[in-house]
Design a binder for this molecule. Structure first.
Ligand code: UDP
Ligand code: MG
Length: 250
């Protein structure tokens, strides 16, 4: 495991694990490249992307009920770390989030890996487990190419990207509505504009990267929550019933 990750894990008081140290991890280590922490044949990871306010969190909550996913929101994990007493990274995370910038990937990837490991160690059906396999919805991640490459290589190769799309106008409307109750420091018009820019400049290349691999399911998220849910559910059902080996649009 790269030294920088260990260093950050120490600073964050996160559990450190060497790769391949517990089921359902990657197959026996080869002599060449290090394996990811989790084997994608045993652990299914779906990335959930879309602009701020596209409805990722809402739709993830629905999909959890349908498919027994464990839902991990990168933003929520970062906010929890930000608020954790004694966190050395709290102020840094706060600054990045307020500016709509992407927190250095080592922190986010490590938080996700630890959360996955904790969920899998419990091995309880219905909580991230179905048919003997781990299932994760990783929401709001990867937002930048470096995170995508790092996660696929070190943590677990992702199976599919659920990509929720709608107009900026619609997203702004939803975020300003959410701002009334969310208490989030970045749900204000200035931060929202910055988040839109970062999304276009840094997250869209991630979508293009996975499109080239035929791993993107694009879902129009403009309709009602129920209609979008039905579309997302159909795409995920298709993934679990066979192989989604090309990009799909719903
Ligand atoms: N964030 C980050 N890295 C990530 C995910 C989120 O740095 O991998 C930060 C980033 O500053 C982002 C903020 O967390 O703007 C809020 O993310 P969240 O996913 O909660 O926002 P949403 O898309 O749900 O509005
Ligand atoms: Mg969210």
């Amino acid at each position: 495991m790269p030294a920088i990750i260990d260093k950050i894990a120490d600073a964050l008081h996160l559990t450190k694990h060497s790769h391949n140290d517990s089921a359902p991890d990657a197959e026996s280590p080869s002599t060449s490249a290090p394996q990811p922490a989790f084997d994608h044949n045993k652990v299914t990871v779906l990335f959930v992307l879309g602009g701020p306010g596209a409805g990722k969190g809402t739709q993830c909550a629905n999909l959890v009920k349908d498919f027994d996913f464990c839902h991990l929101s990168a933003g929520d994990l970062l906010r929890a770390e930000q608020n954790r007493e004694g966190s050395e990274y709290g102020e840094m995370i706060r600054r990045y989030i307020r500016e709509g910038q992407i927190v250095p990937m080592e922190v986010t990837v490590k938080l996700l890996e630890n959360a996955m490991r904790a969920a899998l160690s419990e091995n309880r059906p219905g909580e991230g487990w179905a048919a003997g396999k781990g299932r994760f919805l990783v929401d709001g991640f990867p937002r930048k190419m470096d995170q995508a490459l790092k996660f696929d290589e070190d943590v677990c190769k992702s199976s599919l990207v659920l990509f929720f799309t709608t107009t900026e106008e619609e997203m702004l409307k939803r975020l300003l509505e959410r701002a009334k109750t969310s208490g989030r420091e970045d749900d204000n018009e200035e931060s929202i504009r910055k988040r839109f820019r970062v999304y276009k400049e840094q997250t869209m290349p991630v979508i293009e990267h996975y499109s080239k691999q035929g791993k993107v399911a694009t879902i129009d998220a403009t309709a009602s929550i129920e209609e979008v849910h039905e579309k997302a559910k159909a795409v995920v059902a298709q993934l679990f019933s066979g192989d989604v080996s090309r990009n799909v649009t719903a």
